[in-house]
Write a protein that binds this ligand. Structure first.
Ligand SMILES: *Cc1c(COP(=O)(O)O)cnc(C)c1O
Length: 408
């Protein structure tokens, strides 16, 4: 790169990533094919519209790329229709809302505090500002209170019910949500941002038979570029396409659309399925190790790629624990736990995910070692932090981010 300043910073970030044990549940490492597509000439092209109906000339190759991405997406999830243009998961959600709601309409969802996403009606998001969101709750076991969903649906008769979360470690009962939606004539949207890769691998029940709309991101368990997508029933395809463009976006990022196409093809392979089963195995192993060391795991375990630790019994909160872990090169997120007594700035928990480090080659042995390091840190932070940091760097460096990097 000619720009030494930016090149230097990219190099610094590469180094930082390599020395860290990354337990961020929403992150992953893309393949070099995905990376090549992202850094390609496709970024130069404007392509407002959809294939064969563009507002720009010269889109014949671009059309082939978008059709390829869309067809692969539909094949991967066995869906009738969809859209690969949303710039992010939030944009995908925004487009679905824009397609079916009017400002002020009522929507039922899980609140951010309980693991829902900001775009599910948080007051600091467009969603909470434009629509009237009512939130269902989590019961004392930490799982969705389906009776509460039913009760609120009958009471408020929402136009749309949203399920799917950012920090929920159990299988979501899409069939039950469908029934509740049908009972009150509501539409059902499943936001599978976090679990898209697990659904693709067939290791989480698919929402496709039940939902009117499914939104997702490609950057999390699906291990693709940063971006969003939408699946829907054929009868909503035009409304969704119009909502994405010109509704809430301008020109698609065609380099990202090509990278999504690569990601969808990768997700169809037996290797990907085996990767996802390892991600799940590793999350289970970590959760069991934490439990055996007397940590509290919200819901008592996990069915997917993440777990939430309840830190209520310690003298540090989620935010402080996240900082302590960062000092020893272990990266997690602070996370609210069900009925948290602390606010979102502090929180009483942390969220841990296994998707990223499993990509780097971590197995049960390494994840258990991480749990042991965390236990050591908790038992005496000041005394053990230098040792734990050294061990964490060693462990992370044994599993480089890119063994053979094809592109910069
Ligand atoms: C991550 C996430 C999104 C989208 O995030 P973006 O950063 O906008 O791509 C949407 N919904 C849920 C449930 C998520 O976890």
């Amino acid at each position: 790169m000619i720009d030494k300043e930016v090149a230097g910073l990219i190099e610094m970030e590469r180094h930082r990533q390599s020395e860290l044990i990354n337990l961020t549940a929403s992150e992953n490492y893309v393949s070099s094919d995905v990376m090549s597509a992202l850094g390609s000439v496709l970024t130069n092209k404007y392509a407002e519209g959809i294939p064969s109906f563009r507002y720009y000339a010269g889109c014949d190759v671009i059309d082939k790329i978008e059709n390829l991405a869309l067809n692969r997406l539909l094949e991967l999830f066995d869906s009738e229709a969809g859209n690969v243009q949303p710039h992010s998961g939030t944009q995908a959600n925004m487009a679905v809302y824009f397609a079916v709601l009017n400002p002020g309409d009522c929507v039922l969802s899980l609140p951010t505090m309980s693991g829902g996403h900001l775009s599910h009606g948080s007051l600091v998001s467009f969603s909470g500002e434009l629509y009237k969101f009512i939130h269902y709750s989590i019961n004392d076991e930490g799982t969705i209170d389906y009776e509460n969903v039913e009760y609120l649906a009958k009471k408020y008769r929402p136009k749309l019910i949203v399920c799917g979360a950012s920090a929920y470690s159990r299988i979501i009962d899409f069939e039950r949500f469908r029934k509740i939606a049908d009972d009150v004539d509501a539409l059902l949207m499943v936001d599978m941002a976090h679990i898209a890769g697990i659904v693709a691998a067939g290791l989480h029940p698919s929402p496709v038979p039940y939902a009117d709309f499914i939104t997702g991101t490609t950057q999390k368990t699906l291990r693709g570029p940063r971006g969003g997508f939408i699946l829907c029933k054929q009868k909503y395809a035009n409304a969704v396409n119009r909502a994405v463009f010109p509704g809430v976006q301008g020109g698609p990022l065609m380099n990202v659309v090509a990278a999504k196409a690569v990601c969808f093809a990768e997700a169809m392979t037996p290797e990907f399925k085996s990767y996802i089963s390892k991600v799940l195995e590793n999350a289970k192993a970590m959760s069991e190790s934490f439990l055996s060391l007397d940590f509290d795991v919200v819901t008592g375990g996990t069915d997917n790629h993440l777990l939430v630790l309840d830190l209520s019994k310690f003298e540090f909160n989620g935010s402080q624990f996240t900082d302590m872990l960062e000092q020893v090169n272990i990266i997690v997120n602070k996370q609210s736990i069900p009925n948290d007594e602390l606010g979102w700035k502090q929180t009483s928990g942390i969220r841990i995910g296994t998707a990223a480090m499993t990509t780097r080659g971590f197995g049960i042995h390494e994840f258990n070692k991480v749990v042991d390091l965390i236990e050591l840190l908790v038992s005496n932070f000041e005394e053990n932090k230098e040792y734990v940091k050294g061990e964490a760097i060693k462990l992370a460096s044994d599993f480089p981010v890119y063994n053979c990097l094809v592109c910069n």
